[in-house]
Design a protein around this ligand. Structure first.
Ligand SMILES: Cc1cc2nc3c(=O)[nH]c(=O)nc-3n(C[C@H](O)[C@H](O)[C@H](O)COP(=O)(O)OP(=O)(O)OC[C@H]3O[C@@H](n4cnc5c(N)ncnc54)[C@H](O)[C@@H]3O)c2cc1C
Length: 429
């Protein structure tokens, strides 16, 4: 089954609050016939758009192909939370690889979060960007490790994250089943689709060519085939993340598409909203299947969580996510859910991303494992830098240990479903 079309009408955005509230983006013409480019980018999410923007700024002739509309994939549907660092902490990377790589990868990931702010400012992207993410433990027994982690980050990296006691968390959050946590001032949140469209506008202004409704069907050398044309390029950047399918089999064996879901409630009003989340923070909890939530600009609860590993989204999406929301905020039982939608992301066995030049002239960045708002944006800058000749940061990221899933692309899904059932039981206990 092709995830590009499994749950969707071609070219149509999902019925999300984001699609409802973002400023429109003018359609870009599909590719017709044969064209030449220095670089062909496949995929119009943050990875592809940021790559196109940074290449065009360097004067590179870049053509981006997007199967639907820009921001149609995870980049236009996600929780909008700007995480800091990599999806796994530097202590874990040091155990899997070495201290030096852990440091370089953490610093790059921290820079990524700050770089999102810089890009938003530089290109005047109107996407309701707010600072601050709070990670909260759903079990008090995790608090000691969180405190030790915050202290390690402060000591080893002079990082500004701080441990929060259970009281400091509950002063900021009106949720049940929370204990201590950690505040990341360098993180934040934004309107994900408005951000994606802002990157697309900036890429166009810098001279990139974007073709929507144009699926790349094959990569032969550095030529990209589409249904009605092809791009003869010197280099190709594959930026398809969870929607990759079979386009690049060596990456497909390492990344696993999974679906995740978000809802928006009706506006709650200032007072009720502030009793739920203070200081406009984004929040994510410590469950293996993470709950993540924040307030929209018009004071809706935007609540995400609940993964599925089959290809098809649950039929009653509103009910599916609402159940999770009420377990955290029972006081929202009387509130109407106005929008619910799903999206597909890509995870890897170590939850570290897959970046690099995989075949001569063919680059990839994907597998952000739920932490792509900042990292995918940064991937574009780093890929453009590498294509421009400075490969240092790409080589750092390419060294991160990401093995293939056991059983490769064919067996990865049934094995993961079994593993996730166990993890879900652990969350419940
Ligand atoms: C519900 C949900 C919530 C999430 N929440 C967060 C969060 O709060 N914070 C965070 O950091 N991350 C979050 N993520 C993950 C984050 O959204 C992704 O990591 C990030 O958007 C990846 O960007 P991308 O450009 O690599 O991929 P995508 O945005 O998925 O873009 C890939 C694009 O490639 C196109 N494409 C694929 N194949 C082809 C082809 N053959 N030809 C042409 N085009 C093609 C697709 O149509 C798609 O538009 C979430 C993801 C989901 C689904």
């Amino acid at each position: 089954m092709n995830l590009l079309y499994a749950n969707e009408t071609p070219g149509a955005l999902p019925p999300s609050w984001y699609a409802h509230s973002a400023a429109p983006f003018p359609p870009q013409p599909p590719l017709e016939g044969e064209v030449r480019a220095d670089v062909c980018v496949i995929g119009g999410g943050y990875t592809g758009l940021s790559t196109a923007l940074h290449l065009a700024e360097r004067g590179v002739r870049v053509i981006l192909l997007e199967a639907h509309r820009v921001g149609w994939g995870a980049s236009g549907r996600n929780g909008g939370q700007i995480g800091v660092g990599q999806r796994v902490d530097p202590e874990t990377i040091a155990r899997l690889a070495d201290e030096g790589l852990a440091r370089d990868a953490f610093v790059l990931g921290r820079d990524a979060a700050l770089y999102v702010r810089e890009l938003v400012e530089r290109h005047a992207i109107d996407c309701a960007l707010k600072p601050g993410v709070m990670y909260v433990n759903h079990r008090a027994r995790f608090d000691a490790a969180t405190r030790a982690h915050a202290e390690h980050l402060a000591k080893a990296y002079d990082h500004d994250a701080v441990y929060l006691s259970p009281k400091e968390v509950s002063d900021r959050l009106g949720a049940v089943e929370v204990s201590g946590g950690m505040l990341e001032p360098s993180g934040g949140h934004l309107h994900p689709l408005a951000y994606a469209r802002g990157l697309a506008r900036a890429a166009l202004a810098a001279g990139a060519t974007l073709h929507e409704m144009t699926e790349a069907t094959a990569i032969e050398g550095t030529t990209v085939q589409t249904a009605r044309g092809r791009v003869l390029a010197d280099r190709v950047v594959v930026a398809c993340n969870g929607y990759l399918g079979k386009l690049l089999p060596e990456v497909a064996a390492k990344v696993m598409p999974i679906n995740n879901f978000v809802l928006a409630t009706e506006p709650l009003g200032e007072r009720r909203a502030a009793a739920l989340i203070r200081d406009d923070l984004a929040v994510a909890d410590s469950r293996f299947v993470v709950n993540y939530y924040r307030l929209s600009e018009d004071r809706r609860m935007l609540f995400g969580g609940g993964e599925s590993y089959g290809w098809i989204f649950p039929r009653d999406l509103k009910g599916f996510v609402r159940k999770r929301m009420l377990a955290v905020f029972p006081q929202l039982a009387d509130v109407k859910v106005t929008h619910a939608w799903g999206g597909t992301l890509a995870i890897t066995p170590t939850r570290l991303p897959v970046w690099g030049e995989l075949r001569p002239g063919v680059f990839n960045a994907s597998g952000y494992s739920g932490s792509g708002v900042a990292l995918a944006t940064m991937a574009g800058a780093v890929l453009a830098e590498a294509i421009g000749g400075d490969r240092r940061r790409l080589e750092t990221m390419a060294r991160l240990p990401v093995p293939a899933f056991p059983g490769g692309a064919r067996l990865r899904q049934p094995i993961l479903v079994a593993a996730m059932l166990l993890a879900r039981m652990r969350d419940a206990l």
